[in-house]
Design a protein around this ligand. Structure first.
Ligand code: FES
Ligand SMILES: [Fe+2]
Length: 345
């Protein structure tokens, strides 16, 4: 059975998905939830299961101007804290047991975060600061949501070992440089790992090369990813002509946010930004490249891996290790430690 870190934040969606009056059904870590924006603008997250006859609350509607959700079956209403606030049946008395579990949700930097563990321990200071990426100009931003039928750790591995770009995304995002270069891995406190691939003298991938001052020239390249437990990654990727400063080249700042849906499926939100080609037309071109790479190359591969792995535990299959796996090995180990610690408490 998959174990998850629970006393931590998981991304539950883009903040602008949660519009007043709309219910969002979403399963996180195997728990079906219904989320909605309340009258005070905050986000409510309740178990998507009415305690009466177990109808999904997400089939109901937002009521009382955002203060409650009404079950579509017999009309019980529940507030943002999960307590039943209205019973239209009989004398209207509210049964003691009429309540649904509620989770703590917070909106930060245009993302909604969910704390799935003990609500009393929800610590907002643990939400990673992604304000730089989420405040980039719209014309320099390509973001999206891609549900993927693979365990979230396969998606995390995908971002932590970008040497796959040289093969899976050859022709757009790969040039061979990452395969030849050894990642440097360092710990960032208890819950973070940083991985850097720095190379010098290689051509940069075509999607970057076309935006440099001269094309087809050797470059200095950087790929630096910061993982924050359990599934959040911020990634800098860029290049500059050989020997020139980073500022003269092209740089991108990207978020890759993975949240388990079930043991073998995950939610994936990406938010890519850049400091070049900032105009609507270029943005559309770049959107096509990014979406093609993610949905036509990464997603089919991740889902195929999951089909091959099936229900087996990843480590039990004795995966062969390559130099590029140094980061994901450190991350898997760290996450396992955090989960073991939490379970021992
Ligand atoms: S199932 Fe929800 S009120 Fe009956
Ligand atoms: Fe990829």
């Amino acid at each position: 059975m998959t174990s998850y870190l629970r006393n931590t934040w998981y991304v539950a969606g883009f903040a602008d998905e949660f519009v007043p009056g709309k219910l969002v059904a979403r399963t996180l870590l195997g728990e079906p939830l219904v989320l909605f924006r309340t009258d005070d603008g905050s986000i409510a997250a309740l178990a998507d299961r009415c305690p009466h006859r177990f109808a999904p609350l997400s089939a109901g509607k937002v009521c009382d101007g955002g203060r409650s959700v009404e079950c579509a079956y017999h009309g019980l209403r529940f507030g943002a804290d999960g307590a039943c606030v209205h019973n239209p049946q009989g004398d209207g008395r509210i049964p003691k047991a009429a309540a649904v579990p509620a989770r703590v949700a917070r909106e930060r930097d245009r993302l909604v975060w969910l704390w799935v563990g003990d609500s009393a321990r929800a610590d907002e200071s643990l939400i990673p600061d992604y304000s730089r990426a989420t405040s980039a100009a719209e014309d320099a931003t390509v973001r999206g949501y891609m549900p993927t039928a693979c365990g979230y750790q396969l998606l995390v591995d995908n971002i932590l070992d970008l040497s796959h770009a040289d093969y899976l995304h050859a022709g757009t995002l790969g040039s061979g440089a990452l395969t030849r270069c050894k990642p440097q891995v360092s710990d960032l406190g208890e819950r973070g790992v940083r991985i850097a691939w720095i190379s010098s003298g290689d051509l940069t991938p075509p999607a970057f090369d076309m935006h440099l001052r001269e094309q087809g020239q050797p470059t200095d390249q950087w790929t630096e990813v910061t993982w924050t437990a359990p599934g959040c990654m911020q990634l800098h990727v860029g290049s500059t002509l050989l020997g020139e400063s980073r500022e003269r080249g092209v740089d991108t700042l990207n978020l890759h946010l993975a949240t388990p849906e079930t043991a073998t499926s995950c939610h994936y939100w990406f938010w890519t930004t850049r400091d070049f080609a900032v105009h609507p037309q270029a943005n559309e071109q770049i959107r096509k490249i990014v979406e093609h790479a993610f949905s036509m190359q990464d997603k089919p591969m991740l889902e195929a891996q999951q089909r091959v792995i099936g229900d087996a535990e990843f480590g039990a299959l004795n995966p062969v290790l390559l130099p590029g796996d140094a980061g994901s090995v450190r991350v898997r180990r760290k996450l396992a430690q955090l989960i073991a610690q939490e379970q021992a408490e």
